[in-house]
Ligand binder design. Structure first.
Ligand code: FES
Ligand SMILES: [Fe+2]
Length: 463
């Protein structure tokens, strides 16, 4: 009998951790945006370890529905089985490693490899081997050569995630309060459905530069000046002097405008029907009557789920490492690493099932003009990100650190009687610093137990 050993095998060789810089001073060593060793460490210690966003349940509603995504650079098939269960399988044939499924999404009964025809069921089991008797002489342990499954798959309120690391905590615990608030911010008006199509394009930037920008409310007035001048962006709604930051363990964070406690009290006085009626008004009309200029007016149920502080945050959540919940909770953006200098940007769109035609049309129009390959804002951002990345490759330029020190030591973490923590301040760089601090902790920890033992708690006090 041949040796059919098929484990993923091998322990991680000890990495030289001196390459992971200390970023606690807010000075960012530019090598983290170009060093191939750092990048390799990120794939192993962040992406292969974290819970990664896969898709929304409405993208795989029926048995046989599948959707292709990535965990780092590992391609995976998200597929709903005959038993209704959603599985995540590595999209690589166990025979010679060929990519098995070539379509981005669809419905199928089996996955047949285009190289030699090995055939797999929806649950990943190997169900057919051409020439099993004639060529293999029946000497192949078919049960041992199914597709490799993710270690864990779970969803939070219909949003599916997967991890390749069996030692990862539960998804609920991984997300923590801040990550869960991020997802809740999409469910403000009840159930949502993902629209057809995911917009995808590659930007010549390091993935972290795209991620840290989502907390950056400093650049909007300058980078997106043209969008303001043509009336696409309302600068007043950016609220640079009224910002809230929430920092969650393992690197999750929310940063951006907020609803004040006084404004929230007015919203709380509205019935859900009154809230929905206001939400359905065109923007110009809405601005005249709503106590909060930024959508959405959150429902009583959402407030209960988000907590008294979370409900007032209308900024941008990032679920570590790379899932940005954007555009009034209707877009999700994945920043998928493609080498240190390239990032594939994906845009999913979800909308409340309750949206009427007018709301749906208005949201689609705004979304398609904002982000994605044709997005006005993404054109501006992409240009800055790619040039910042390019400069990190210059052997002399990279000796000069980037500066993320705005408001460092200037603010206080406030604790609500509910226990929820937040910083209420003006434009700042707290969330970016937190992201990099946690990023370094992920890279230094050799496994999940070490990461859980060494991760920073959500900060308190002066920050
Ligand atoms: S590589 Fe898939 S059948 Fe050979
Ligand atoms: Fe931007």
């Amino acid at each position: 009998m041949l040796d059919h050993s098929h484990g993923i095998g091998g322990t991680e060789i000890d990495e030289d951790l001196s390459i992971v810089p200390d970023l606690s001073s807010g000075l960012i060593d530019r090598s983290i945006y170009s060093d191939p060793d750092i990048y390799r460490l990120e794939l192993r210690r962040i992406f292969a370890r974290a819970w990664n966003f896969m898709c929304h349940e409405s993208q795989v509603p029926k048995a046989g529905d599948y959707f292709i995504n990535y965990i780092g650079e590992d391609q995976v098939i998200v597929v709903r089985g005959e038993d209704g269960q959603v599985r995540v399988l590595l999209n690589t044939c166990r025979h010679r490693g060929n990519a098995l499924c070539r379509a981005e999404l669809g419905n199928t009964k089996t996955f047949v490899c285009s190289y030699h025809g090995w055939t797999y069921g929806l649950d990943g089991k190997l169900i057919g081997i051409p020439g099993k008797t004639d060529f293999y002489r029946d000497d192949v342990d078919q049960a041992a050569w199914g597709l490799a499954p993710a270690a864990k798959v779970d969803h939070y309120k219909g949003f599916y995630f997967a991890t390749l690391d069996a030692a990862a905590p539960t998804l609920f615990d991984y997300l923590g309060e801040v990550g869960r608030i991020g997802i809740e911010s999409m469910l403000n008006q009840g159930d949502v459905v993902a629209l057809d199509g995911v917009q995808k394009n590659v930007i010549d930037c390091n993935w972290k530069i795209a991620v840290d920008n989502l907390f950056d409310w400093y650049h909007v007035k300058v980078s997106h000046n043209s969008a303001s001048r043509v009336g696409f962006l309302n600068q007043r709604m950016m609220m640079p002097m009224t910002q809230m930051v929430m920092l969650g363990e393992l690197g999750h964070a929310i940063g951006g405008p907020m609803v004040t406690e006084e404004q929230q009290a007015k919203i709380d006085a509205l019935s859900d029907e009154e809230r929905l009626a206001i939400d359905r008004l065109p923007d110009a009309e809405r601005a005249k009557v709503t106590p909060s200029e930024r959508r959405p007016l959150r429902s009583v149920a959402t407030k209960a789920a988000m907590g008294p502080v979370g409900v007032r945050s209308t900024g941008h959540p990032n679920i570590f490492p790379n899932l940005w919940i954007s555009t009034r909770g209707m877009q999700l953006s994945l920043r998928l690493p493609r080498g240190p200098g390239h990032t594939e940007i994906w845009w999913f769109t979800v909308m409340p099932k309750s949206f009427n035609d007018h709301q749906r049309r208005a949201a689609k129009k705004f979304i398609s003009h904002a982000f994605g390959p044709a997005g006005l804002l993404e054109q501006d951002d992409g240009e800055n990100w790619s040039q910042s990345t390019a400069a990190s490759r210059g052997v002399v330029s990279r000796r000069y650190p980037q500066n993320l020190q705005m408001a460092m030591g200037q603010d206080e973490v406030l604790v609500d009687p509910s226990g929820q923590k937040r910083i209420e301040t003006r434009v700042n760089e707290h969330a970016q610093r937190w992201t990099y601090k946690c990023w370094a902790e992920w890279l230094r920890a050799r496994d999940w137990p070490e990461l859980m033992a060494t991760r920073s708690p959500s900060p308190t006090g002066r920050i």
